[in-house]
Design a protein around this ligand. Sequence first.
Ligand code: SAM
Length: 346
Amino acid sequence: MTDKEISWKNKFLNKLLVGDSAELLKEIPNDSIHMIITSPPYFQQRDYGIKEAIGNEKEVEEYIDNLIKVFKECVRIIRPDGHIVFNIGDKYKNGSLLLVPWRFAIEVLNRFSDLKLINVITWVKLNPTPRQYKKRLVSATEPFFDFVKSEDYYFDIDSFLSIHSLLKRKKNNHNNSKIGERYFELIEKSGLTPEQKKKAIKELNKVIREVKEGKIAGFRMKIKGIHALPFGGQEGGRKIQLEKNGFTIIRILGKDLKRDVIESPVETIKGIKHPAIFPEFIIGELIKLLSPSKGIVLDPFVGSGTTAAVAKKLGRYYIGMDINPKYIEYAKKRVKTIQTILEYIV
Ligand SMILES: C[S@@+](CC[C@H](N)C(=O)[O-])C[C@H]1O[C@@H](n2cnc3c(N)ncnc32)[C@H](O)[C@@H]1O
């Protein structure tokens, strides 16, 4: 390691720092961070108690300009295989949504033409603020924009929402013994030749195994003389199979579909007085999806320290910044309670 590398790592790695992130980020070298995930202060939404804090601007354009100053540094320091994830909330002004998150995302794509926006992951809040309006619905979603610098980005899709899919699979398992049962009877009843019946049963057993192992969500079987013949487009190939083999199997790949939606309640943490805490569950899922084990995860608006706490839990290095010293104090206490998996030693 060079002296320069040692000195920035000593200052930043596994640290929570007080300061303006647009300035602090300047001390981090190019292409050095695996993942940035953050939720900047929303526009005119909350008073974080510091006059210079982002979010208190008079006009939305000025707010976005200030965010872009921080974002520009994020682009510089993120590795070519890294991700920059920004979660931003919207705001009503004179009864109309300002579309703040989308203005930000469009501005980013306009200014940084090399960046790609690969996903907008929608957080569905299971317990939105219970404030009912007479003439509009309660907002219960927020976007997480996922930007990358190159096509060669890290992406561990199997780790995303994997516990959920496992639980779901378990729930469905009790019906496993009956999967495909009726098709055996239909094959027997059909006018297929003995050879065709043998092949149909073999293929049916194979596809049933795929469902039981969770490789596919389900299947349909069509048997000549029993089911209507499909026609046209992609089904044309199936028609040929039906003619030739006397049956065709349509696999349904849906069960483990990884959708760009994540459901979680809004969180508050006992003893932490911060008005906009990230749900640990969402941050954990995104950290597992978008950063490698022992990677560096940075949050330039760390607030109560959620990103740092979750990164530490998951065996990543963390860097957190916040302009408000009070929040950094909370964050330090919170992160301290987590068992250390990684310690940076020079
Ligand atoms: C929405 S909160 C982040 C909450 C955080 N995700 C959590 O889980 O607690 C935004 C934070 O940005 C901080 N902030 C505002 N302007 C800042 C700036 N210029 N530099 C660094 N932090 C700033 C605020 O003090 C606030 O804690």
